[in-house]
Design a protein around this ligand. Structure first.
Ligand code: HH2
Length: 262
């Protein structure tokens, strides 16, 4: 799943796609690089991000979705707003990338797929004091409850995503990644987004003993290592900014390195 952030303030690439023309061209590049899905978003959910008014979010994403769908792309809409989800589907999106895991019934009503991501709290405050007694069990419980409801309502395709970095400490993120097999064991296809995220910066920054964070632009190898880990654990899709490199990693491990083949 290739990321198209039509936002001025995304943590990873904010401002790089300031208008529909550059966002559409970026989408074409991601398709050529091998993306199966293009995930279009018009509101950053980075920690501390301010909400974007609905009208502004629509202005950002709808022309991009229309153009990419017209060119044959499968497009997901990354939003928390029902009205944006509706308009995106009318423009041709066929998957709700629901970062609040609350739009399952809407996906069913619209007859499109639903990917529910776990987030504790709201982007503006979610990193202040995230707390879980058992992060793996609590995240799975919530996602499975919502996923079962979405499926029962009739959503044609249902995914779950642990929401790395969304109301999670560094240790919560690592614990979730270490237990991805438990998410896979639920039977729902698992989507994972680690690309360029802060926990990678922290891990890489600590490697030289400085306790600093490696900048976003220097997290490619960490992104690939974590995406490869997720795929090896059985994740069916990873959300990535660097699609060409991630597709190469997927091609190497996808179905080739198995105990059966030996
Ligand atoms: N992460 C981000 C946004 N959307 N969707 C899913 N399903 N899973 C994720 O892990 C996920 C997501 C954050 O990344 P990005 O879009 O690069 O940043 P921002 O939210 O600042 O736009």
């Amino acid at each position: 799943m290739g990321v198209i952030n039509v936002t001025p303030d995304s943590f990873s690439d904010g401002g790089q796609l300031p208008d529909a023309v550059t966002a559409i061209a970026h989408g074409h590049r991601l398709l050529a690089d091998g993306a199966d899905w293009l995930d279009v978003g018009g509101e950053s959910t980075r920690p501390g991000a301010a909400p974007v008014p609905e009208r502004e979010e629509l202005t950002r994403v709808i022309p991009v979705i229309e153009a990419l769908v017209a060119d044959g792309a499968r497009v997901s809409i990354d939003t928390r707003k029902p009205a944006v989800a509706r308009a995106a589907v009318a423009a041709g999106a066929t998957l709700l990338n629901d970062v609040g895991a609350s739009l399952g019934a809407l996906a069913a009503e619209l007859g499109v797929g639903w990917a529910g991501m776990h987030m504790q709290g709201e982007p503006a405050t979610m990193q202040r004091e995230p707390h879980y007694d058992d992060v793996v069990a609590e995240v799975i419980d919530l996602l499975v409850t919502r996923a079962e409801a979405a499926r029962a309502a009739g959503a044609p395709e249902v995914w779950i995503d642990p929401g790395i970095g969304f109301g999670k400490t560094h240790d919560h993120n690592l614990t979730l990644l270490a237990h991805l097999d438990a998410f896979v064991a639920t039977g729902f296809p698992v989507l994972v987004g680690t690309s360029r995220k802060a926990f990678l910066g922290a891990l890489l920054g600590r490697s030289d003993g400085s306790e600093g964070s490696t900048p976003v632009g220097d997290r490619l190898e960490g992104s690939l290592a974590s995406a490869t880990w997720a795929m090896a654990c059985g994740a069916a899709m990873v959300r990535a900014h660097d699609v060409r490199a991630t597709v190469h990693a997927a091609l190497v491990i996808g179905g080739h390195i198995t105990k059966d083949a030996a």
